[in-house]
Design a protein around this ligand. Sequence first.
Ligand SMILES: [Fe+2]
Ligand SMILES: [Fe+2]
Length: 225
Amino acid sequence: MQVLCFSQETAINCYNYVWLEPNRVYKGEKLFQELENKVCKHQFLQKYCEQVKNNLSVRRFEHVLRVTKLASEIAISNKFSQEDYEATVLAAFLHDSARELSKEEMFKRAKPEIKAEENHFMMLHGKAGRELAKSWGVDNLPVLEAIEGHVLGVHTTNKIAMAVYIADVSEPGRGVNNEIRELGFTDLCAAYKQAIAIKINYLKSKSKEIHPHTLKIYEEICDFK
Ligand SMILES: [Fe+2]
Ligand SMILES: [Fe+2]
């Protein structure tokens, strides 16, 4: 049976697997340990926990935990089905698994196809993360698309990927994009469009190279051409 939730307050009654308390801020070593225990003990994340942890520094792993928690809250607020909720949480947990690979390792998992990717190999960590997840046995397509798309953008047809994208750019540890986080609870698509627009504007303002895929997404979904 598919169960829908109607607010964060009632979520705990709706999903028997909501284990990350909404509105609780996990800060400090002890609280992080608690958050890690909750995430890593969970049935569908448990088997990936060691791999994710082994691939990341403590600082990055904490970011991943915060993204996982926020993505789960966004999914609940937007009344995702149980299946989509689980996919969102899994994608959020795996999204940065390739973030700290060396250039050589990155190129092994994801071949650069354009000059920009060759010059900025970090652009490929979504694509490499997708390959890594596949090698760990993940075969859910929206999850794989969400992992890949968290770097360069996704289409608005994939709400799981939009939730992960929003959670990644607005998790509280970043100290920015609070409005996007708030909007993400009530209007997933509007929050996502804003997140893409902010990214493009930031890159333009710093005269940084913009990946053509991100630009394409921006031009498709935003009215700011
Ligand atoms: Fe990332
Ligand atoms: Fe991230």
